[in-house]
Design a protein around this ligand. Structure first.
Ligand code: GUN
Ligand code: FE
Length: 484
């Protein structure tokens, strides 16, 4: 590829590499990266590297390359329910909308149909890596894993564990059955991709409300007994209704960090979704244990109850890793561009309104009742007086997210030795007819990126690569998934 590359150097900074020549091996590894190369020098440089007869993609003004997006939190079976139940509180939304929908995945044929649409839809939007919650069904979970692998999407795939407090039509019969099915899914995923290059298993206790203590303990044991590579994902401090219910089911704990860590579920491979109502103590504990946060601003502001804006600035300041999640379908949108925008909006809202939320939760008695040095009474008072920047949300959508889901060594940025997961972004009028991004001739790369994030959409993503393979756009060959 020859053209402008933009990626994150750190959680707070961007790097623009203009006129860069990037060479990629047939297995998708970046072999060389040289910025500031004039087109006329390309043949000589390629000849020096002994590279012949390879296709060269040349980008012009208005086009640039960014790393593929990483969706750190996505519910695969909720693809069909996106948009439903706006404004509902979390437990009512699960009972009323989500569980009846997810129960349909008992039928593997239904799973095949929906998961093909999902994976095609996510790749088309530039999500090259996703961390998926499947339903509680083993067979449907295996279908999801095979679908991702066939389509060439990187993914963590987890069968939901849930053996209580769920309707009879959507609840596992016992902790033992749940563990057995989980083991079968892990075997299936590792059988397809033993090295975990594209797909990997992830333990997925849905949340403590839907798991018995015995099940949580067995999952923690599984993580510990594995070779250390097994990821864990769960919902964590999502909303007041959920926190209250959790702490009343586990009265021996005064906060979720102590609860989940007591079962061995908070490790360097943990991906904790939401993290909206956090105490200082809990943030410290996540930092100490090396857990990552999946920030899901769209869902936090629309489903769950209470317009929650997570303390993301504080996470970043304290060195807690943060990625972005669509939480599709708790989030109505499955677009990471939308998630970046909402991360900005949520940070403005938190900064301006947080003291007001705090008062309302206290006065309204919605807040969890437990207190103590490490209890909810110690919740942070303010948003910290700072808002997120474009650089920060872009990093969370790419490099930061890759680290949170455990793929940080391989993807999330452009460097020799990393694998080529990338999006060709095209803002030129001829692509979308000039109806979205207002590209101007003199726009520098940073400005083009800002315009794309704030006004662009998937129409501006014209080609998507995972590990060097085109998985969407011209030249795509998708192993029967039919993405083109
Ligand atoms: N908590 C437990 N399950 C879910 C879910 O499916 N979505 C969200 N947003 N929160 C949850
Ligand atoms: Fe979720």
């Amino acid at each position: 590829v020859h053209g402008t590359l933009i990626h994150s150097l750190s959680p707070t900074s961007l790097q623009v590499l203009p006129n860069s020549l990037l060479t990629i091996s047939s297995t998708g590894t970046i072999l060389s990266l040289q910025p500031n190369i004039s087109p006329s020098d390309i043949p000589t440089i390629l000849a020096q590297q002994n590279i012949q007869n390879i296709p060269l993609l040349t980008l012009s003004h208005g086009q640039f390359l960014i790393p593929g997006f990483v969706d750190t939190h996505n519910h695969a079976p909720q693809w069909m329910q996106r948009g439903l139940g706006q404004g509902m509180h979390i437990l009512d939304w699960l009972d009323g909308i989500t569980f009846p929908n997810e129960a349909k995945f008992a039928d593997p044929a239904h799973a095949e149909k929906v998961y093909e649409k999902l994976v095609r839809g996510m790749l088309r939007q530039g999500v090259t890596t996703a961390s998926y919650y499947a339903s509680l069904h083993g067979e449907a979970t295996r279908v999801l894993a095979s679908t991702c692998f066939k389509a060439g999407q990187r993914a963590l795939i987890g069968k939901c564990n849930m053996d209580r407090n769920s309707p009879a039509f959507y609840c596992e019969a016992s902790a033992e059955e749940s563990i057995q099915e989980t083991r079968a899914c892990i075997r299936h995923i590792r059988g397809i991709d033993p090295e975990g290059v594209l797909i990997r298993p992830v333990l997925t206790p849905r949340f403590a409300i839907s798991c018995t203590a015995g099940l949580l303990r067995s999952l923690g044991d599984m993580a510990r007994e594995d070779d250390g590579s097994l990821a864990i994902q769960t919902h964590f401090n999502e909303a007041a209704q959920e926190i209250n219910a959790t702490l009343s089911l586990f009265p021996e704990f005064s906060n979720e960090a102590d609860l989940y860590s007591s079962f061995g579920l908070l490790t360097q491979r943990s991906i904790l979704a939401h993290c909206t109502i956090m105490t200082e103590y809990e943030i410290g504990k996540l930092r100490e244990l090396g857990c990552g946060v999946a920030h899901c601003p769209t869902a936090n502001m629309t489903v769950g109850g209470g317009f929650m804006a997570a303390p993301v600035k504080e996470f970043l300041r304290r060195g807690v890793g943060v990625g972005l999640g669509t939480d599709s379908g708790g989030g109505y949108s499955s677009s990471m561009v939308n998630a970046m925008r909402h991360a900005l909006v949520a940070s403005y809202a938190r900064d301006a309104l947080y003291p007001k939320f705090e008062r309302r939760r206290r006065d309204g008695g919605e807040e969890a009742t437990a207190s103590g040095d490490d209890g909810r009474s110690g919740e942070m008072e303010r948003g910290g007086g700072e808002t997120l920047s474009l650089e920060e949300v872009f990093s969370m959508a790419t490099r930061g997210g890759a680290k949170v889901v455990g793929f940080g060594e391989r993807v999330g940025a452009f460097a020799v030795g990393m694998e080529f997961d990338a999006l060709v972004v095209d803002l030129r009028d001829e692509v979308v007819g000039g109806v979205n991004v207002p590209l101007e001739e003199g726009d520098e790369p940073e400005r083009m990126l800002e315009k794309f994030v704030m006004t662009g959409d998937d129409r501006n993503i014209v080609r998507v690569y995972v590990k060097g393979r085109v998985v969407y756009g011209e030249g795509c060959s998708n192993g029967g998934i039919g993405i083109s």
